[in-house]
Design a protein around this ligand. Structure first.
Ligand SMILES: [Zn+2]
Length: 92
């Protein structure tokens, strides 16, 4: 299946794995007590996404320890870790 890679912040990464909850207008991913910068994965709403990191690979783990690039999942521009997700696009 065709997919493209996007890099998302830790909030979006956790939200992908553990889900996210909205409480009083703030978003929390997984079990975190710290509110997310923005609604996690809002920009990927409607797409099938899958974890595309590989912790066992030294060359291409898909994990950026620190980056200022904006998160492609929620649009956050806070610096931090970025994780690679695969976004699947239906050709039909
Ligand atoms: Zn994000």
């Amino acid at each position: 299946m065709e997919h493209s890679d996007v890099y998302v912040c830790v909030d979006c990464y956790f939200a992908h794995h553990y889900g996210a909850t909205e409480v009083d207008g703030e978003w929390f991913s997984g079990e975190s007590d710290t509110p997310c910068d923005r609604e996690p994965l809002a920009l990927l709403d409607g797409y099938d996404v899958a974890d595309n990191t590989d912790c066992n690979s030294d060359e291409d783990s898909g994990i950026d320890e620190f980056s200022w690039r904006s998160c492609e999942g929620c649009g956050s521009t806070l610096g931090g870790s970025r994780y690679r997700l695969a976004v699947f696009t239906n050709a039909s």
